[in-house]
Design a protein around this ligand. Structure first.
Ligand SMILES: Nc1ncnc2c1ncn2[C@@H]1O[C@H](COP(=O)(O)OP(=O)(O)OP(=O)(O)O)[C@@H](O)[C@H]1O
Ligand SMILES: [Mg+2]
Length: 546
């Protein structure tokens, strides 16, 4: 029996138990020791409970009950909205076709065969018992949650035996074996990351491939048993990788209905991408944040329809008493204010850990604004449908901001540029904090552009700026400060010798037309005058960044 069908038949009492177990408000963490005292922790249940309205029966869409519809009409309206949301997102291409699903399954299967062959070879070379030596591949991330989109990578961990080392056998022997395969392209190793990994394309699909070395010979058999004593014996990077797998499994186990969760998460990812909120390194959501928030809503409302779940997501989190942590389990979590103080989200694993977060004050403000906008747009009126096109409209950067920080990263060849961009992006949070410290709030657009007028390969970022005080900032000193954090270790210094970074303040007229036309167009629907102005801008800036 599938988990979803089990969830569908869950009894009312067990659903209530599950909702109450998942209900926030448990003393998950003590308040942060520094900074202004947080608001007193209140049960962060949907706002209408806070206003004193008694909770409606769990099977009814709450926002429609507030509108005063009778239960039958509320259910009809809700079903209609869910259908129209499904129609909408299937037109956007985020739901994979059976062929796409199969393509990903083939990648994972082939990788599994490759690593098994690799383990045998390592054993043979070392004169170990090769018949007993195994390796395998475990998936995690959005692929394993069944909520990946067309742009998602495949997160797969290579689990190998004690005789296969990371440095030699994984990064040299296995790398060579992968390079020999015609399906593999763009392979590069990221050895000095917190979680060392290989990244490559397999049949054109991006794969992130970290390594976990188990202290046994028969790694495949051992990992499928997931013995906690075995997990305790692995090193720190391996532990991190495996916690991704365990968190995914735990999320799936807590869900009352996996299918609904997967569609909700796909909707949320699409919304976050369109509104410029899906980029962990730029201070916004990572996939894991959205997965846990989506799971929280699904657990709280086990019987809700898709449209109701979507509305509840915005309702709950636009009214949430941040920085009260969001947790799927009622377990105490050690508080670490420096890494996740704005929107703490706890991963359901043992011991519990916070998701890593780069959210800063200004990106937090943008996220809150977008949650409120989402809530306003998904409430709908009594009978009508919800305007999904408006909800998922691309964020209108050129209309919203008068000034932008233009950041150009360049390198002599494409391969070096890829490394350089990855490195600088991992430091971007420092730039956000620096700008905030001199009175400038930022809204970094996660999309990456290219300046075709430059000879060197390059990537260009545009960050919307909001000056809290003076518009007179010295961009050279900002850059100087930021460069210190980019070159503060040996790898940064090395990368910096050939690669470059330039920063300047530009106006909307300097933004590339092709990219920003749609944001102005989407604004037209609400404000025709602004659309006219936007069009003028777009006609002028055609060649600015070409
Ligand atoms: N900020 C983070 N904190 C904790 N774990 C993270 C974080 N970012 C990524 N991870 C781990 O890495 C896994 C894969 O991350 P990834 O960025 O590929 O997100 P994803 O959920 O797979 O979304 P996408 O569809 O964009 O690939 C996550 O499931 C999680 O286990
Ligand atoms: Mg992923």
């Amino acid at each position: 029996m599938s988990r979803s069908s089990r969830g569908g038949r869950q009894s009312a009492s067990s659903a209530t138990r599950m909702a109450s177990r998942a209900r926030p408000g448990f003393p998950v963490a003590p308040p942060p020791p520094m900074g202004p005292p947080p608001p007193p922790p209140m049960p962060p249940v949907p706002v209408m409970y806070l206003r004193g309205v008694p909770p409606p029966p769990p099977w009814l869409p709450q926002h429609l009950i507030i509108c005063g519809l009778d239960p039958a009409a509320a259910e009809r309206t809700d079903a209609f909205r869910s259908k129209s949301l499904l129609n909408f997102i299937s037109r956007t291409g985020v739901l994979p076709s059976p062929e796409e699903e199969l393509k990903r399954q083939v990648v994972v299967r082939e990788l599994d065969k490759i690593v098994m062959g690799w383990a045998k070879r390592v054993a043979y070379d070392q004169r170990e018992q090769y018949w007993n030596t195994t390796a395998t591949v475990l998936t995690f991330g959005s692929y394993a949650l069944g909520a990946y989109g067309p742009e998602s990578d495949i997160d797969a961990v290579c689990v190998g035996p004690c005789i296969a080392s990371l440095q030699h056998h994984f990064f040299i022997v296995l790398r060579q074996m992968l390079e020999e395969r015609p399906e593999v392209s763009d392979l590069h190793s990221i050895e000095n990351a917190k979680v060392p990994l290989m990244r490559f394309k397999f049949n054109g699909m991006l794969v992130d491939f970290p390594y976990v070395q188990l202290p046994v010979i028969n790694a495949a058999e051992a990992i499928h048993a997931f013995d906690p004593r075995l997990l305790a014996a692995v090193n720190e990077p391996s532990w991190r990788c495996l916690s991704g797998v365990r968190v995914n499994r735990q999320i799936m186990q807590l869900l009352p209905n996996i299918k609904k969760f997967q569609i909700l998460l796909r909707c949320l990812k699409l919304w976050a991408r369109k509104r410029g909120l899906h980029c962990h390194l730029l201070g916004f959501f990572a996939g894991i944040h959205l997965a846990i928030l989506a799971a929280f809503v699904c657990i709280m409302h086990p019987h809700a329809t898709l449209s109701s779940l979507f509305n509840s997501f915005f309702d709950i989190f636009s009214h949430w008493h941040w920085p009260l942590p969001v947790s799927l389990l009622d377990q105490p979590t050690p508080w670490r204010p420096h890494c996740c103080s704005f929107m703490p989200i706890v991963m359901p694993c043992s011991p519990p850990e916070f998701c890593a977060s780069s959210i800063t004050r200004s990106t937090f403000n943008k996220i809150k604004e977008e949650l409120q906008r989402g809530f306003a747009l998904t409430k709908g009126d009594r009978n009508g449908d919800i305007n999904w096109t408006e909800l998922f409209a691309p964020f209108p950067y050129t209309v919203r901001y008068k000034h932008f920080l233009r950041i150009v990263l360049s390198a002599p060849v494409a391969e070096e540029l890829r490394d350089w961009v990855g490195w600088v992006k991992s430091r971007f949070r420092n730039l956000l904090l620096k700008l905030e410290s001199i009175g400038v709030d930022c809204d970094p657009d996660p999309s990456e552009q290219a300046d075709h007028s430059m000879i060197e390969p390059n990537v260009v970022f545009f960050w919307g700026l909001m000056y809290r005080t003076s518009t007179n900032i010295c961009i050279d000193s900002v850059k100087e400060d930021f460069m210190k954090s980019v070159t503060n270790d040996i790898y940064g210094k090395e990368k910096c010798t050939h690669s470059d970074i330039t920063m300047s303040i530009v106006w909307p007229t300097h933004l590339p037309k092709c990219v920003y036309a749609h944001s102005v167009y989407s604004q037209n629907r609400q404000n025709p005058r602004q659309f006219m102005m936007g069009n003028q801008l777009m006609n002028q800036d055609c060649n600015a960044v070409r």
